[in-house]
Design a protein around this ligand. Structure first.
Ligand code: DLL
Length: 434
């Protein structure tokens, strides 16, 4: 096994390292081909384009993008199951379980799977994975894109992939001891869980790097993951609608931001009205899939809030970068008129070493006239009192800190961690909360 820490090879120099002006030309051609595919498919997106007077792909340029129509998750739900499919050469379907049990399904052509393998191979290589690596892939395999996304990319890179998937932690501990993998891929919350299980079993972690995503996590959480597993933790971002993991990923030289694979996924950041925000200002990410064929999307509103920036100075990668995701637009809590992202709460909690990384933010709206923000932590009563002060200072509103015993906050062995519960009636989201 071998992780590369001192070289940061570009697996795709023509795409990752090209002069941005030249990339823009490639993107522009990609945009025109996309518009042609959409008009030919004659679906919802074609109708909206025609309504805006666009009947020929040669009419559009990148500069026109802000006035082109957008697609939302609601549109995908309204045309469930496969109303946005634009090609009949489908080889697989993935998706996300989504809120309210409504899945979003995404059909892929062989070409799309090839693009996916390519961007995932890039992402893994940027984090130091080599063809001599063994990847312990504990993202779930199935409809969820995490498991198979890493699988495709790892194999494309020539690394070995252990498709352990999520859950059955005892078996995972056993295989870490027996196979000594150097790369861990899973959600950041499962990384902590696995790290704790390894410590409990007296097994020394063997990982050099970890590539974690699929849920929001802060710099403080990164510190915890690196501490418990003794590895370097990288953030990877993606969403099923666009391709899955691999839309953007940190590399050794990306200075805390994620390189966007913008030759395939053109990114914009917009405000609530859909107007562009300047680099450095948080906005909702909007993606245009320049090369996808199975379910191509023009200006898909992701719901994820992050800021954009140019390439890292001095890096061989010339790609635009995105910050870590601050949260989802619809996860933003508005409590007594103040906007709060759960990630801001996490930053305060995990800055205190007495607090376990397992926590839950509860938006208690049982009395609609007096909504309350409550934070359930596993810690000491003394730390709980101090946290209440620190949270008031950071957020500008007071919230109740509820201290519970270790193990009370529900853990997720598979899937994404649940960090936010909205409580308007019925059973408490954590046992014992009144
Ligand atoms: O979560 C794809 C993925 C798998 C990404 C493995 C990274 C690693 P979905 O299930 O469709 O796809 O969920 C997409 O998850 O819109 C974000 O809200 C959230 N998300 C994904 N990665 C991150 C991240 C996969 N690194 C939704 N940070 C997205 C914060 C993330 N949120």
């Amino acid at each position: 096994m071998c992780v590369s820490t001192d070289a940061h090879p570009l697996t795709d120099p023509d795409a990752e390292g090209v002069d941005p002006e030249r990339r823009r030309e490639v993107q522009e051609r990609g945009l025109r081909r996309l518009v042609r595919r959409l008009l030919d498919a004659d679906g919802v997106q074609a109708r909206r384009l025609r309504e805006r007077g666009i009947t020929d792909h040669r009419d559009v340029s990148l500069a026109d993008l802000p006035r082109l129509p957008m697609v939302t998750k609601q549109d995908l739900w309204d045309h469930y199951p496969l109303g946005f499919q634009a090609d009949d050469r489908i080889v697989c379907v993935h998706g996300s379980s989504g809120t309210g049990g409504r899945p979003t399904l995404v059909p892929y052509t062989a070409h799309d799977v090839d693009v996916w393998a390519q961007v995932m191979a890039r992402a893994l290589a940027g984090a130091g994975v080599t063809r001599r690596s063994l990847i312990h892939n504990a993202y779930g395999y199935g409809l969820f894109t995490g498991g198979l996304g890493v699988h495709h990319g790892g194999m494309r890179l020539g690394a070995a992939v252990l498709p352990i998937s999520g859950g059955m932690t005892e078996r995972q501990v056993r295989l870490v001891a027996d196979l000594r993998p150097d790369v861990l891929c899973c959600t950041p919350s499962y990384a902590i869980h696995l790290g704790e299980a390894l410590a409990k079993a007296g097994v020394e972690p063997t990982f050099k790097v970890g590539i974690f995503g699929a849920e929001p996590w802060t710099e403080e959480m990164r510190g915890q993951v690196e501490g418990v597993l003794g590895l370097r933790a990288f953030d990877i971002y993606g969403l099923s609608e666009v391709i899955g993991p691999g839309v953007a990923c940190e590399s050794w030289d990306s200075v805390g931001m994620l390189n966007v694979a913008e030759d395939h996924f053109y990114v914009e950041a917009v405000d609530v009205e859909g107007n562009p925000v300047p680099d450095g200002t948080p906005g909702e990410l909007v993606f245009t899939t320049l090369t996808k064929t199975g379910m191509p999307l023009l200006r898909y509103r992701s719901g994820d809030v992050a800021s954009l920036a140019g390439p890292a100075p001095g890096s061989a990668r010339t790609l635009r970068r995105m910050s870590k995701v601050l949260g989802r637009r619809d996860d933003m809590l508005v409590v007594r008129g103040v906007n709060v992202f759960p990630s801001e709460i996490e930053a305060v909690l995990l800055a205190d070493p007495r607090v376990s990384p397992h926590y839950l933010v509860v938006e208690d709206r049982r009395d609609p006239a007096r909504p309350e923000l409550r934070v359930v932590v596993e810690s000491t009563p003394e730390a709980g009192r101090e946290l209440a002060g620190a949270l008031r200072e950071r957020l500008g509103i007071s919230c109740a800190v509820e201290v519970v015993a270790e193990g009370v906050v529900p853990r997720s062995e598979t899937g994404k961690a649940k960090r936010l519960a909205r409580w308007s009636a019925g059973q408490p989201p954590v046992p014992g909360l009144t």
